[in-house]
Design a protein around this ligand. Structure first.
Ligand code: TYD
Length: 168
């Protein structure tokens, strides 16, 4: 069993329904460590990059509207990095299946998700699906200095006379 990192996003519906505390409690059952946390205003560019693997799907435009908060009048999401043994599968288990109708009823998506009339799965939470995806996503949502552990390789960059660490 290996330590790994995973990205969790509490989506706009989760914040709108005041589920943040509940979801963090559920995730604390895993005994994983939170090593990064941010409240993020998601713009179109971040949304498109995050879901780039789905850009050819018919529901992609609706998915971008969802994560950027346009469906809920709520443009905040909470992004978290969890770290520990089997972090990816432990968090995916608590999140539940992608389709909330098929998700275990006690999982976050099973308990609080729904399918919109457009067909989009409004499923409250995102959880990385593999170590490669976790790395890609964490690098997209966090700067190296916003995470407590040194997860991936970095390099020093200078901008406006200030030296800063960036992902390599
Ligand atoms: P995906 O990355 O396939 O699933 P997961 O979030 O479980 O890793 O899909 C990303 C999001 O796209 C998913 O959380 C909800 C939405 N989605 C739909 O609305 N309809 C679908 O048929 C699929 C596959 C995803």
């Amino acid at each position: 069993m290996k330590n790994e990192a995973t990205l969790v996003i509490i989506k706009p519906d989760g914040l709108k329904k005041s589920l943040t505390g509940n979801i963090l409690s559920r995730l604390s059952e895993t005994k994983l460590k939170i090593i990064g946390a941010r409240v993020v205003k998601v713009d179109e560019e971040l949304a498109r990059k995050h879901y780039s693997h789905l850009q050819d799907k018919p529901f992609f435009p609706e998915l971008v509207k969802y994560i950027t908060g346009q469906l809920h009048g709520e443009n905040r999401v909470m992004a978290l990095v969890y770290w520990g043994r089997e972090a990816i599968s432990k968090v995916r288990q608590i999140a539940g299946a992608t389709n909330p109708e098929e998700a275990d009823p006690v999982s976050v998506r099973g308990a609080y998700g729904r399918i919109l009339t457009s067909g989009l799965y409004e499923n409250v939470i995102h959880a990385s699906s593999s170590p490669d995806e976790a790395e890609r996503e964490i690098k997209l949502w966090f700067e190296p200095d916003e995470i407590v552990y040194d997860l991936y390789r970095t390099e020093e960059k200078e901008s406006g006379g200030i030296r800063k660490r960036a992902w390599k």
